[in-house]
Ligand binder design. Structure first.
Ligand code: ASP
Length: 331
């Protein structure tokens, strides 16, 4: 195994060959929604993510994607998704064109999404896209020749977040099958829970949804879960399910999706997780949040070992490294 460092030339893990692997799963493909993944694909992504973690721990960065360029195209604000894709690409030895403020790009001159992606792919090998409209990533993929990775399309999906969420569950809880996963907060507008519930429906899990009545899971997703025969129930009060919960996934009320600010105010502080809540939870419960949090988890909880949300962010970088390597044919 040649694990030198950057000064001694390219580093190669035995499972991460430097030549393009055109037969590699997801080589050249878009990542648009979680339905593209089967259980075997998830094992593969997680296996590569673990290798990425090992390599980052040993050497920080290495040259697997040297010469490759990522266009990071963000039409909506982002801290974690944008910077973790950026860091992932840099750690793999590639480069990034960051477009975080589309108002400084030709989008502000009225350029269409198809034209913007067809322009960027002249310079880049892969495009990560965040957009406020549901279906935008699919629309971009229809026009682009290079892979499009959906980094959140409005209230639609956030597939790479769901993959990192699932990876967090595996790493923290040690398994997925048999778990009771409770999702709390804005289940109507939160794209991360939409993707995660769909992904979890491939496993033998129980799902518990806790939200104000006006922020229930969309009917379409509830119907999909019923078709998959996934056991789920809906609640207004966390106490009804807290003691049976193995993973508590808390979400922010998505202010930007509300037309009426009064309605946002009515539901905003509906749930707050604090140390008292955790006193009534299982000692092994995994507490997650896709972040940013705006009051749903008080800071006093951060030092509890069950608080996994910052570790969750780090898992995200390894998963995104794995995905970039996969779509570019290196894993
Ligand atoms: N960062 C996540 C997203 O982009 C969660 C959130 O914004 O609440 O969907």
């Amino acid at each position: 195994m040649n694990h030198g460092n950057r000064s001694t030339g390219p580093i190669q893990s035995p499972h991460l060959p430097l030549g393009d692997r055109r037969d590699a799963p997801f080589y050249g493909r878009d990542i648009l929604e979680v339905a593209q993944f089967r259980r075997a694909d998830l094992q593969h992504v997680f296996g590569v993510a673990r290798e990425m973690r090992e390599m980052v721990t040993r050497v920080g960065s290495f040259d697997l994607l040297k010469g490759k360029i990522l266009a990071n195209l963000f039409y909506e604000p982002s801290t974690r998704t944008a910077s973790s894709f950026y860091a992932a690409m840099e750690r793999l030895g590639g480069s990034v064109i960051p477009i975080n403020e589309v108002r400084y790009s030709s989008v502000s001159k009225g350029e269409s999404l198809p034209d913007t992606v067809r322009s960027l792919e002249c310079y880049a090998d892969v495009i990560v896209l965040r957009h406020p409209e549901l279906g935008a990533a699919k629309e971009a993929a229809r026009y682009a020749r290079k892979p499009i990775i959906n980094a959140g399309d409005g209230i639609g999906e956030h597939p790479t977040q769901a993959l990192l969420d699932l990876f967090t569950i595996v790493e923290e809880a040690g398994r997925i099958d048999g778990l009771t996963v409770t999702m709390l907060g804005d289940l109507k507008n939160g794209r991360t829970v939409h993707s995660l519930a769909r992904l979890l429906s491939m496993f033998d899990v129980k799902l518990r949804f806790v939200s104000p009545d006006s922020l229930r899971f969309p009917e379409k997703i509830r119907d999909e879960l019923k078709e998959q025969r996934i056991a789920f129930s809906e609640h207004g009060d966390l106490e009804e399910v807290l003691s049976q919960t193995d993973v508590l996934y808390v979400t922010r009320v998505q202010k930007e999706r509300f037309e009426d600010p009064q309605e946002y105010k009515r539901v905003q502080g509906a749930y707050v997780i604090n140390n008292e809540t955790l006193d009534r939870a299982r000692p092994t419960m995994v507490l997650m949040h896709p972040l940013p949090r705006v009051g749903e988890i008080s800071m006093e909880v951060d030092s509890d070992p069950r608080a996994a949300y910052f570790r969750q962010m780090e898992y995200g970088m390894y998963v995104r490294m794995a995905l970039l390597a996969m779509v570019l044919g290196k894993a």
